[in-house]
Design a binder for this molecule. Structure first.
Ligand code: ATP
Length: 274
């Protein structure tokens, strides 16, 4: 089964406090998604159509999935996450049926959010794909979205690193008609992300998260999460090696060593391209 989960699975519950930076972006998503899910009556009374789909686009590891999960938790909506490539490969020949099932499940459990990660894999430009399967799956997704009544009780959030590859029909009104860019964080955002990922860590006073934020230009949220984890591992190794007794603490030096090991993913991609 794909990563289906309701709010009952605490493990994956995400709140806005778990998202660093992205205040404006989160605000926009909340306005577009939360209100229709929680107060459909307002839209009805005003005669405004709530959005059926929104698209989050930008580089990988910047928090698109986090935002979708946080919005679902906060609006107490049923959450179904699917992954584009997975639905195309794993269910080869059954992708359309699987999509129909997902929409059914969402409707049955509404208010609901369907999150489609790597949407470009499910809905590439039909003019450019050779395979019949892709064309049929795009058409199926379009018809399922058109079939969602404009009640706003099921909203599809799509995520893509390459929105230019998406079939243009998907970006028309009534489909994914709102697009929000989720970019690589700036210094302030990086500091917030570092605070989040060191929340449970015992840091020595010489660890200055602001300074680390200043030297991690180009690091995404995912890179920073990895950096903190790496620093934690270094601390653990030190602790084990020295057979220390007291508390295990993470020091400035652990972070310095972690910084040497974890490079920003933007840089990693560049190296691959060269
Ligand atoms: P992809 O396009 O690869 O699916 P994504 O944009 O959906 O990437 P996420 O899955 O949300 O990225 O992020 C991966 C992990 O990186 C998160 O689980 C979290 O630990 C960390 N992370 C990313 N962005 C942030 C952020 N803004 N604040 C805090 N943590 C973040």
């Amino acid at each position: 089964i794909l990563v289906d989960q309701t709010l009952d699975s605490k493990k994956d519950r995400v709140s806005y406090e778990d998202i660093g930076g992205l205040k404006e972006e989160v605000k926009k998503v909340r306005e577009l998604v939360e209100l229709p899910l929680t107060r459909p009556d307002l839209f009805r009374k005003l005669g405004i159509e709530p959005p059926k789909g929104i698209l989050l686009y930008g580089p990988p590891g910047t928090g698109k999935t986090l935002i979708a999960r946080a919005v679902a938790s906060d609006s107490r909506a049923y959450f179904i996450a699917i992954n584009g490539p997975e639905i195309m490969n794993k269910y080869y020949g059954e992708s359309e049926a699987r999509l129909r099932e997902i929409f059914e499940e969402a409707k049955k459990n509404s208010p609901a959010i369907i999150f489609i990660d790597e949407l470009d894999a499910v809905a590439p430009k039909r003019s450019e794909v050779v395979g019949d399967v892709e064309k049929r799956v795009v058409a199926q997704l379009l018809s399922l979205m058109d079939g969602l009544k404009s009640r706003g009780d099921v909203i599809v959030i799509g995520a893509s690193n390459m929105p230019e590859l998406l079939d243009p029909a998907l970006r028309r009104p009534g489909r994914f008609d709102r697009e929000i860019f989720i970019g690589v964080p700036g210094t302030q955002g990086r500091e917030e992300i570092l605070k989040i990922h060191t929340r449970g860590m015992n840091l020595t006073p010489d660890v200055n998260l602001r300074k680390i934020a200043e030297v991690t230009h180009g690091y995404t949220g995912a890179d920073l999460a990895q950096l903190c984890k790496e620093a934690g591992i270094r601390a653990l190794e030190r602790y084990m090696d020295c057979r220390e007794t007291g508390d295990v603490t993470v020091t400035k030096e652990d972070f310095e060593r972690a910084l040497k090991a974890i490079e920003p993913s933007a840089l990693r991609e560049m190296i691959v391209e060269i």
